[in-house]
Design a protein around this ligand. Sequence first.
Ligand code: G3I
Length: 359
Amino acid sequence: MRTLARGPRRTAAVLTASAALLVGLASAPAAEAASPHRHRPVTLDDLARQHGRYFGSAVDNPELADTAYADLLGAEFGQTTPGNGMKWDATEPQRGVFDFTSGDEIADYAKAKGLKLRGHTLLWHSQLPSWLSSGSWTAEELRAVLKTHITQVVKHYRGKVFAWDVANEIMNEDGTYRENIFYKTIGPSYIADALRWAHAADPKVKLYLNDYNVEGTGAKSDAYYTLIKQLKADGVPIDGFGMQAHLALQYGFPYQLQQNIQRFADLGVDVAITELDIRMVLPSDATTLARQADWYSQVTSACLAVRRCVGITLWGYSDGHSWIPSTFPGEGAALPWDENLRHKPAYDAIHAALTAARS
Ligand code: G3I
């Protein structure tokens, strides 16, 4: 597949390619004779940029060794998120001993490819190092541990990431606080403090809360709405809400997705679709792939319809590199590219949704 270079040269090429698409095929024979590049593809990120959005894909460190995958990611997308490389077990494997090797590898890759970089994640109940999860802490001790971790990691990536998922998955399905080690030891004040410490370490970076099963309206999403409203009222630095969007055909499309994105935007925060994939029970067939394509289109259109929905990130872009088959045996086929990096109907549906909204 031919790809477009990044930067001003890339923008010019995109505009040329877009203009060629817009004027249709009337001049195609002449153009084809004049330029072998007439069919140069317009990428999903090219199209998203025309709306002032990005279109991205997460990447995990081992995937960088798959050069076909890493090169296509760098060419097609405008943003990336490390799948694991910036989590606590990677960045502070021993107390006070920081290791930025994996995160830096992704940051260097993002820089080389011209991708915006999302930091993921400063605190989560999962993938904590054992010194932390098995330790016995007083509230005061754990607050100090959390402050040190957030301060060191945010400072290290200052100027390199545009946004941080500060707190990941802090609510239960019924809208109560998840009883993670921070909640159990410190109480709910750890959330506002985490945001304040992140802001102190990098006043420019956008600070997000991020979770799954919050794309539609419901108890969990309502809990975030109430929390973010309160944080704003208290003057706590909160800039955005990340909707992971790990969807599954068998569980139905999120209820009132666009309205839900809009109500968070109306609170005065950005919204990002941060980890989009749409899995299904295997094997897939033409019907399920068409349904999946329609869902990808709907998510894309809903984001574009709300000005403060800043972008969409796939949680990996091909079925060959996806967390789903190992976590949900018998399910998969969740991404817009197949294992051989060929477009699936979902790719065409996203492309069409980005193009239709433009015109
Ligand atoms: O690092 C160990 C390695 O030492 C060991 O040899 C290997 C053996 O399996 O496991 C490695 O850890 C794995 C880790 O990814 C790094 O590759 C874990 O087993 C594996 O469970 C872990 O999965 C990650 C998962 O988060 C953990 O919950 C996925 O790659 C990652 O895509 C996924 O991402 C999360 C987001 O952070 C938050 N939202 C949900 C999303 C999907 O679960």
